[in-house]
Design a protein around this ligand. Structure first.
Ligand SMILES: Cc1cc2nc3c(=O)[nH]c(=O)nc-3n(C[C@H](O)[C@H](O)[C@H](O)COP(=O)(O)OP(=O)(O)OC[C@H]3O[C@@H](n4cnc5c(N)ncnc54)[C@H](O)[C@@H]3O)c2cc1C
Length: 422
């Protein structure tokens, strides 16, 4: 059996794997990228049809390649996938598509890893798991299978026409849930939206997109607080980019609900947290406006004032009298879309780099198993880590670490015998 030898093996050719390849190439580290599907497959085929990037083109990109067209536009998902293909060509990334990594184990008695793939065996000194943070759709076991009720995860949603006739309940009001609920409402559906805790920055304020504000206010670089779950962020690049405003959605006919808690005989119960969740989201929105105003004043920047952005509209009826329970059949709900996030799957990574729950055990992507790295994790080093532009900086850190480790291994004592220095 022939075993291919590579210095660094990168698993996955999404944005994380490509950023890794770019930095390894710059550092002169030979490597191979294995991708089980196609480059940027998730952007290509595992998102809904109308998805556009959540940040403008000038921002949501790698520093070494600009998007074609309007830099302030929100690029459609297929163009994002095309962008990464172009980038892979630009850097001549050594990507092999259609190859799945099924196992990585540590060598015994010598450094490095033995890797089993769908197309043969590989020996690698370093392994970077760039398989993303959005691997396994998570659907909480709340509603049992019920005749006449379709339940799908947001990753399986494509467009309104795909769903059976009837009202839709969307569970989860992060960027995915809110955008899907909005699209369904616009298509003429009756829509219920179960709203959990969230942040909701203004899309634009005083003429600048929120990505700019988070940048100048140093918020993209905020580090994770140990033990604190991060709050989902509700933003949208749809329709040219809009502020997520739950009151406006309710004014258009959407029914807002608290967190979905349980289901008994076809009747769903909701937590009494709707008003509180919306209030915290409003406070997050208003606090960013206040910080932006202070920044403008402190720095004497000439940006037009926007006092009307501080006005929060009246509470809709569904907030004044929150619904505690809902009979699915009576409400005509035929579909539930669970926009409840993703889990990770590192079952192929059989090394000492995972905690008891199977999650990466790491610091800034450097795992507890020397030689194994992670990339693309939310809050890997900072708030921006799982975003297109953020993963670029984390990949640089990982590449630097590999170079440092390599230098230690290459060290030989000055007075060592010649044979040892050879
Ligand atoms: C709905 C949604 C919208 C998003 N919108 C934005 C946005 O607008 N802007 C932004 O910056 N970020 C956005 N993100 C976050 C993030 O940028 C994307 O999820 C992005 O796809 C993550 O890139 P990645 O390279 O880390 O992982 P992925 O894109 O998931 O790439 C990992 C790759 O690894 C491959 N792979 C997995 N296992 C194996 C294996 N065992 N062997 C070989 N290959 C394997 C997969 O096929 C996949 O191609 C969004 C996320 C979601 C879910």
């Amino acid at each position: 059996m022939t075993v291919e030898k590579v210095e660094t093996l990168v698993v996955g050719a999404g944005q994380a794997g490509l950023a890794m390849s770019a930095h390894l190439r710059k550092a002169g580290v030979s490597h191979l990228v294995l991708e089980r599907d196609r480059i940027a497959e998730r952007w290509r085929s595992v998102r809904w049809d109308s998805l556009a990037a959540n940040g403008p083109a000038w921002h949501d990109r790698f520093p070494d390649l600009e998007f074609e067209g309007d830099p302030d536009a929100f690029v459609a998902k297929d163009e994002v996938a095309d962008y990464f293909e172009t980038f892979a060509k630009q850097i001549d990334a050594p990507v092999r598509c259609g190859v799945e990594v099924s196992e990585v184990v540590r060598n015994t008695g010598r450094p490095g890893f033995h890797v089993t793939t769908s197309q043969g065996e590989i020996e690698a000194d370093y392994v970077v798991a760039a398989t993303g943070a959005f691997q396994l759709p998570v659907i909480p076991p709340v509603v049992p299978e019920t005749e006449g009720l379709t339940q799908i995860h947001s990753s399986a949603y494509r467009n309104p026409a795909q769903l059976p006739e009837g009202a839709v309940l969307v569970v989860g009001a992060g960027s995915s849930g809110v955008q899907i609920a909005d699209e369904l409402l616009a298509s003429g559906r009756k829509v219920y939206l179960s709203v959990g805790p969230h942040d909701r920055p203004p899309r634009r304020y005083r003429g600048r997109d929120f990505v700019w504000w988070l940048g100048v206010l140093n918020k993209w670089d905020a580090e994770a607080t140990p033990g604190v779950e991060h709050t989902t962020i509700a933003v949208s690049g749809a329709n040219g980019g809009e502020t997520v405003d739950f009151r406006k959605l309710a004014a258009r006919g959407m029914v807002l609900l608290g967190r979905t808690e349980s289901c008994q005989d076809g009747v769903l119960s909701f937590a009494s947290d709707l008003v509180g969740n919306i209030a915290k989201g409003d406070e997050n929105y208003l606090s960013l406006l206040r910080e932006a105003d202070q920044y403008v004043e402190r720095n004497g920047i000439d940006l037009p004032e926007e006092p009307e952005a501080h006005e929060i509209g009246p509470d809709p009826e569904c907030m004044r009298e929150p619904i505690a329970s809902l009979d699915l059949a009576q409400a005509g709900i035929t579909t539930i879309i669970w926009a409840t996030g993703f889990g990770v799957d590192y079952s192929w990574l059989k090394v000492d780099a995972l905690d008891a729950a199977g999650r990466p055990a790491h610091q800034r992507g450097v795992s507890t198993e020397p030689g194994v790295y992670f990339l693309g994790l939310p809050w890997q080093t900072r708030r921006g880590s799982s975003f297109i532009w953020g993963v670029w900086h984390d990949a640089k850190y990982v590449a630097d670490h590999i170079c440092k480790q390599r230098a230690y291994l290459e060290y030989r004592a000055a007075d060592a015998p010649v044979s040892e220095n050879a």
